[in-house]
Ligand binder design. Structure first.
Ligand code: HEM
Length: 248
């Protein structure tokens, strides 16, 4: 049961609680970040978890981590005397404390080295991290066409896909997607329409040059053409992909 009492604020308790809440929030948001999809997928598909985007989870994690560090530091300053006398008292413990200090120090070093060098069983943690991140990707259609495709303007995006910009604008309009300025990034246009960047692409992907256009009877394709052919083969005609599953 909580009681709000009058009188002066007990600063030591206040900063202890603040540090605790900061740590709890950093640990919780850290756990979510551990399993978020890779950035390229998250930003392209507009991935959210519990209503927050990957960026928002990262931001909350950073501020809660800072809250923990700051409040923790103030807590240590406020409790300086008590902490110091505790350490002095324990230091008198001699051999036992030295042994504990040494073994915990060595263990911490092994853990840090395990993280850096990924030797067993630490490698498994990173494997789990990878698996959890991949868990969200239940369709190859969620892969962006190129790195940070969401950040390029519609004008550049259509040029890269060999799509006529005017036709794309008409198609988007027909799909009730408003474009204020073709110079806006896909991310901005998606945001203005409460959609994800992938939805903008899905609305205009039927305008991409068809495979036959690129072919030459019995001949080979140029490097660029081959790249587009591969892309088309990788992604089936139905853009589908179950975005409802796995929270996407
Ligand atoms: C409480 C325990 C904490 C846990 C379990 C935790 C866990 C994590 C995880 C899993 C990530 C994502 C790593 C990745 O990109 O794969 C992360 C990122 C990060 N953490 Fe923590 N963390 C903790 C505390 C803190 C604290 C105290 C700070 C200090 C401010 C901090 C600052 C950051 C920053 C700056 C990032 C990068 C965020 C981004 O790229 O958006 N974390 N953390």
């Amino acid at each position: 049961m909580f009681f709000i009492t009058s009188g002066p604020l007990h600063f030591r308790a206040f900063f202890s609680f603040l540090a605790f809440f900061g740590f709890a929030a950093a640990a919780l948001t850290g756990a979510v970040l551990f399993m978020t999809p890779e950035g390229r997928i998250a930003y392209w598909t507009g991935w959210t978890f519990a209503g927050l985007t990957k960026t928002a989870w990262g931001n909350v994690h950073i501020v809660s981590g800072l809250l923990f560090l700051l409040a923790g530091a103030i807590h240590v300053v406020y409790s300086g005397k008590t902490l110091l006398s505790y350490v002095k008292r324990k230091a008198g413990g001699g051999v036992r404390l030295k042994r504990e200090l040494a073994t915990s120090g060595v263990l911490a070093l092994i853990v840090l080295a395990g993280g850096a060098l990924e030797f067993p069983p630490f490698g498994r943690v990173f494997l789990l991290n990878e698996r959890l991140k991949d868990f969200w990707i239940n369709s190859r259609n969620f892969e962006p066409l190129f790195g940070h495709a969401e950040r390029v303007s519609l004008r550049v995006f259509t040029r890269r896909l060999d799509i006529d910009l005017d036709q794309a604008l008409k198609e988007l309009d027909a799909n009730n997607i408003q474009v204020k300025d073709p110079g806006d990034s896909l991310e901005e246009i998606a945001g203005q329409n409460s959609l994800a960047p992938i939805d903008i692409y899905r609305a205009i992907r039927s305008l991409e040059p068809v495979q036959e256009d690129l072919g030459r009877a019995g001949g080979s394709h140029s490097k660029g053409a081959r790249a587009i052919l591969c892309r088309k083969r990788d992604r089936p005609k139905d853009p589908g992909g179950d975005m409802s599953g796995n929270g996407l």
